[in-house]
Design a protein around this ligand. Structure first.
Ligand code: ZN
Ligand code: ZN
Length: 141
């Protein structure tokens, strides 16, 4: 069965339901930016999974794109995603400034919507109640 929802990464219907991915990072002026993308499994594998690195213990932080040491100065990009039956996946990526900028450009170009409330998509502003729809159609109940 296909999906009615297009992947916002490659702009195609990819056969399976896209994975919801929330992105956030702090801008240089201290404002948190938040975005939401829906990615097919191919785009998810290309864009999110590489960021899921293991930095436990004494491992030094490295940029996921170029491998440069970012232990002392990184530009973090954070994402939360819900890939199917798996549990929620939290990713924190310590990018170098060059690749953080590159990644942020990709995310903002493919984001479907901006989020105001942490972790939740914006509510639909123009949702009409059923009675309103009837009235608009000239059928006053
Ligand atoms: Zn895709
Ligand atoms: Zn880098």
């Amino acid at each position: 069965m296909g999906s009615l929802v297009k992947c916002t990464g490659c702009d195609q219907r990819c056969g399976t339901r896209p994975i919801g991915v929330y992105w956030r990072w702090m801008r240089s002026d201290g404002v948190w930016k938040k975005y939401y993308t829906r990615l097919c499994s191919a785009c998810y594998a290309a864009k999110v999974l590489p960021l899921d690195m293991d930095y436990t213990g004494v491992a030094r932080l490295t940029c996921p794109s170029c491998g440069i040491d970012t232990e002392d100065d990184y530009d973090g990009i954070y994402s939360t995603s819900f890939p199917g039956s798996r549990e929620q996946v939290e990713v924190e990526a310590p990018f170098c400034s060059v690749h953080a900028a590159e990644y942020r450009i990709w995310v903002t170009a493919h984001a479907q919507e901006r989020i105001d409330v942490d972790g939740a998509p914006e509510p639909h502003q123009h949702e009409r109640r059923p009675e309103q729809v009837l009235r608009d159609l000239g059928r006053v109940p």
